[in-house]
Write a new protein. Structure first.
Length: 155
């Protein structure tokens, strides 16, 4: 039996079980448009969800293999909850919940575009916080390795 209190990284597997079926229903059939320099990438929502599933499985695997050297359970909880929550928040606008048009020449006829105009800024802030939260993961492992080597040297 999984002990979530001791192993919060198991929540990554529960998130994968929750996300995977979503990629097979109509909500995830929308595209994500990414403009990068002069190139316009269109990524299927299904593939974006699969990418998040792969990231969650990778993080779970790293935590599972390094569970003996993790320094702080609090940092693990913080990393897991922020990563899962913020990735859901970042993917939420792409689910077409707001029923925004994907492509438009002008914002004149769409009141919802003006109403949800700051969604890009909000998602960007969440993405930046999510990026810096991944540093908790690295700090947790590095400090755990340093402390384990110090403890093994003292014995």
């Amino acid at each position: 039996m999984l002990n979530i209190k001791k192993h919060p990284y198991s929540l990554f597997l529960f998130a994968v079980v929750f996300l995977s079926p979503i990629s097979f229903i109509q909500i995830a059939n929308h595209a994500i448009d990414v403009e990068l320099h002069d190139t316009y990438f269109i990524i299927s929502g299904k593939h974006a969800i699969w990418l998040v599933d792969i990231i969650f499985i990778f993080l779970w695997f790293i935590y599972f293999t390094l569970r003996k050297i993790i320094w702080s359970i609090l940092l693990t909880w913080l990393h897991v909850l922020v990563t899962i929550g913020f990735l859901f928040i970042i993917l939420f606008p792409f689910s077409n919940f707001f029923n925004l048009p994907k492509r438009y020449d002008s914002e004149a006829g769409y009141e919802t575009v003006a109403f949800y105009g700051d969604i890009n800024r909000i998602v960007s802030i969440f993405a930046i916080v999510l990026f810096f939260t991944q540093m908790l993961f690295i700090i947790n492992i590095i400090v755990g390795v340093i402390l384990k080597t110090k403890n093994s040297d003292n014995k």
